[in-house]
Design a binder for this molecule. Structure first.
Ligand code: ASP
Ligand code: CP
Length: 426
């Protein structure tokens, strides 16, 4: 069996020990610089092989680590809903289960970076059912399934599905179960994806149920935060997270706030216009942990001291009355505001899409060359995280590592024209 990649071993060790890179480097008696080079993806000019003796030492440390931080849930039970393999809500996750999933996501990185290929899902078919607009979630779930060797059937909108002829969720889900091995569903009604799940024995993934949840987005967001924090010497425990915008209808922040609340001692600053505040039931759920929660409509004050600023789009499509059309210009997060109130390491995140229409005042494009803007690192992370979700739901996560072969085609070193700005970030 192929050895687990050193990057996966090291990231897993830091997560399990809850250590920053600096603390971990000093724990294993190497320089931070040496550790950084071991963490770089294979093939990058500065990456170095970790000496065998260091690898053995890391394993020994993990063996001696307190059992509290060892994974208590099996990979399978980590994403089970009512005893079956589905991903419907972040409420299914313990912190250990999240970390088990992230370990699988780390093993997917060489495939996501197009250095390796795998065929572990060869012959499997994914049905991607999107009854609401989507670019990222639909395409990245499809691409993730294809990169595992499977094939994808898509249907988009109600118009081209027989739901337009009055077919029920139960019938639709049962019919698709005869055609496909997994089902990804986005639907405008909260709770509807759980209804799909109850009508089938194949795994169902919630890709957004109205103003409810978007669990895979929250997982890739947390994965991004952890990776970025690892680089800049922070851990999630104790972090200050500012969530900004439409916290009422924004399902990404509903899921992310709950997932972050699995950590310890966070400060949440919830910044929104009064009419778009985070629903009480979510605030109450996160308040059960040892977290500080502040709610404000003052953007400038709310961003001060934040380690992460998570901006969201106004979810106009969910408004019953059209009183708020967009943000006022003074509610926009842009370069001037970030420079004035954020620190040099503050991460600026957004689930995307950014509403670029005049008057929307969503997250500004003038931040595009600022390394603090992590939005495309977020979207890139959607592939390994969604691959990990499929691998775990379909029970192939242990086959991926030894199934990998070299990719035969040539791909660019940086997929985006501005990505070189982030050279060395990993
Ligand atoms: N794409 C995300 C969602 O579907 C966020 C958004 O649309 O604003 O929830
Ligand atoms: N972040 C997200 O869900 O994007 P899409 O709506 O484009 O899928």
């Amino acid at each position: 069996m192929a050895a687990v990649q050193q990057q996966t071993v090291l990231r897993d060790a830091m997560r399990r020990l809850n250590m920053t890179r600096d603390a971990f480097a000093s724990r294993i008696g190497v320089t931070r610089r040496a550790l950084d080079t071991w963490l770089l993806p294979d093939g990058s000019p500065e990456s170095r092989a970790m000496p065998e003796i260091a690898g053995r030492y890391v394993s020994e440390i993990l063996e001696r680590a307190p059992t509290e931080r060892e994974y208590t849930q099996s990979a399978y039970s980590a994403i089970a809903f009512e005893g079956r393999a589905h991903l419907l809500s972040v409420d299914q996750f313990s912190r250990d289960a999240v970390e088990a999933l992230f370990r699988v996501a780390d093993t997917m990185q060489p495939i996501a970076r197009r250095q390796k290929i795998t065929r572990v899902l060869e012959g499997a078919v994914l049905a991607n059912l999107f009854f609401e607009a989507s670019t990222r979630t639909r395409v990245s779930f499809g691409a993730a399934f294809c990169r595992l060797g499977g094939s994808v059937c898509d249907t988009t909108g109600f118009t081209f599905s027989s739901m337009a002829k009055g077919e029920s969720i139960y019938d639709t889900s049962r019919v698709i179960s005869g055609y496909a091995d997994a089902l990804v569903v986005r639907h405008p009604e909260q709770g509807s994806v759980a209804e799909f799940a109850r009508a089938t024995n194949i795994p169902v993934i919630n890709a957004g149920d109205g103003p409810g949840e978007h669990p895979s987005q929250a997982l890739l967001d947390l994965y991004t935060i952890q990776r970025e924090f690892s680089r800049i010497g922070k851990i999630v425990d104790g972090a200050h997270i500012a969530m900004v915008g439409d916290l009422k209808y924004g399902r990404t922040v509903h899921s992310l706030a709950k997932l972050l609340a699995l950590h310890r001692g966070l400060k949440f600053t919830l910044v929104s216009p009064r009419s778009l505040e985070m629903p009480d039931h979510i605030v109450e759920q996160i308040a059960r942990g040892d977290h500080v929660i502040e709610q404000t409509a003052d953007l400038r004050a709310g961003l001060k001291g934040a380690d992460v600023v998570y901006a969201t789009r106004i979810q106009k499509e969910r408004f019953a009355d059209e009183s708020i059309e967009g943000y006022t210009p003074d509610f926009q997060i842009n370069q001037a505001l970030v420079d004035a109130v954020c620190g040099p390491d503050t991460l600026i995140m957004h689930p995307l899409p950014r509403d670029g229409r005049p008057g929307a005042n969503d997250l500004s494009t003038d931040l595009n060359h600022d390394a603090r803007l992590a939005i495309f690192r977020q979207t890139d992370n959607g592939i390994p995280v969604r691959m990990a979700i499929f691998a775990m739901l379909l029970g192939v996560e242990h086959q991926v590592q030894h199934s990998m072969r070299d990719a035969a085609w040539r791909s660019p070193a940086y997929v985006g024209p501005d990505d070189a700005v982030f050279h060395g970030i990993d």
